[in-house]
Ligand binder design. Structure first.
Ligand code: SF4
Length: 384
């Protein structure tokens, strides 16, 4: 069953590592919500399975917790008018700790949202300040407890590792604080320095020093060992859950389930092509509201693109990459075309091959991007 993604492109301030699409000017927020609802009208038939009920709805951003209760009501009214939503749909909203006041949580608990993804990133005040997060270390823990008290049990938290530090003590303390919260799902990402971000500019000027690869790798190992020791499963390289608590939205994405993405910078996938909506709030609002158009580019996926995307997404998951599917359905026979490379991966302990299923080991996961690129028949037309 398909998914719906809604991109809410506003943030209070720019985190220094972030290269997502957002604006810190919220002047257009009211108009944006109107445009988002109008985009539902314009694109409700985008998915070939538009008769199938939505299985997942995901509010991402940006900072969806900046939506007012009235704006959220408007958006849900639009969803209910234009789409059929499964009664057991997973409905996730990304939230920042500083937004989760008791009043906001009560509003969210009374809405159809049934899962929160809370961007903690760290429990360490200097790291939060370094990253220019809008919340304090105190709010990191308080937000999750307040959400639980408001009735949200289905909670994911985001953490960032590989932040410059003299030792691993801060990361170990972050993990200890995480386990006190007893949440069913954790997403943990290595700090990456992207061009165009504040960290990227500082790196260029030489005023920011990224930690060495071995430092980041050690923190990844600490993450894996401590989460596993507490019963969490790593179902994707950056995603961990208690048994049976995977994010359905993300899992569907990695399995190639179709989805419609609404809002500026959102992506959509209809099985044959991807659509990328313009990453510009004023252009998006004007085009949708004034001209009834969604400014977007469409990329038709060649069989090679589809094969590469399948590799890219499945190799990151614990289910692994089914090389028989890749060969028989998508036309890429890695067992023949990359026989030597695959033999090297398995002999060096980077991957296992069980039947036709290729899975990365912990060592291989550290090099996942590199291994995936090496397995591509040629560079993909565009990143997934
Ligand atoms: S709140 Fe999220 S989307 Fe906004 S700047 Fe920070 S990391 Fe990026």
């Amino acid at each position: 069953m398909p998914g719906l993604y809604l991109h809410i492109p506003f943030c209070k301030q720019a985190c220094h590592y972030c290269d997502f699409h957002f604006s810190t000017s919220r002047a257009l927020q009211g108009q944006f919500v109107k445009a988002l609802v109008k985009e539902m009208v314009l694109r409700k038939d985008y998915l070939p399975t538009s008769d199938a009920p939505l299985d997942t709805i995901y509010f991402g951003g940006g900072t969806p917790s900046l939506l007012t209760g009235a704006e959220l009501d408007q958006i849900f009214a639009g969803i209910n008018e234009h789409f059929d939503v499964s009664p057991r749909a997973e409905i996730t909203l990304e939230a920042n700790p500083d937004d989760l006041s008791p009043a906001k949580l009560a509003e969210l608990a009374a809405s159809p949202v049934n899962r929160l993804s809370i961007g903690l990133q760290s429990f360490h005040e200097p790291h939060l300040r370094l990253m220019n997060r809008a919340h304090s270390a105190l709010e990191s823990g308080q937000a999750v407890r307040a959400a639980q008290a408001a009735g949200f049990e289905n909670i994911s938290v985001d953490l960032i590792y590989g932040v410059p530090a003299a030792s691993h003590a801060i990361w170990e303390e972050d993990l200890a604080r995480l386990f006190e919260l007893r949440v069913p799902h954790v997403s943990a990402y290595a700090l990456t320095i992207e061009p165009g971000t504040a960290f990227g500019r500082r790196l260029q000027k030489g005023t920011f020093v990224a930690p060495p690869e071995e430092f980041v790798a050690r923190q990844f190992e600490l993450l894996l060992s401590q989460l596993r020791a507490r019963g969490y499963e790593q179902y994707e390289i950056s995603n961990f859950c208690q048994p049976g608590r995977e994010s359905r939205h993300n899992s569907n994405y990695w399995c190639g389930v179709l989805y419609l993405g609404l809002g500026p910078s959102a992506h959509s996938f209809d099985g044959h092509s991807r659509q990328f909506t313009v990453a510009n709030n004023p252009q998006y609002v004007a085009a949708v509201l004034e001209r009834g158009e969604v400014p977007a580019t469409i990329e038709q996926l060649t069989p090679l693109d589809q094969a590469n995307e399948y590799l890219l997404t499945t190799l990151r998951t614990s289910r692994g990459c089914d090389l028989a599917h890749l060969r028989d359905v998508l036309g890429l026979n890695l067992l023949v075309e990359q026989a030597d490379y695959l033999a090297g991966l398995t002999s060096q302990g980077m991957a296992t091959l069980t039947g036709d299923v290729l899975r990365l080991t912990d060592a291989g996961k550290l090099l996942a991007d590199h291994i995936t690129l090496a397995l591509f028949a040629e560079a993909p037309a565009a990143a997934a």
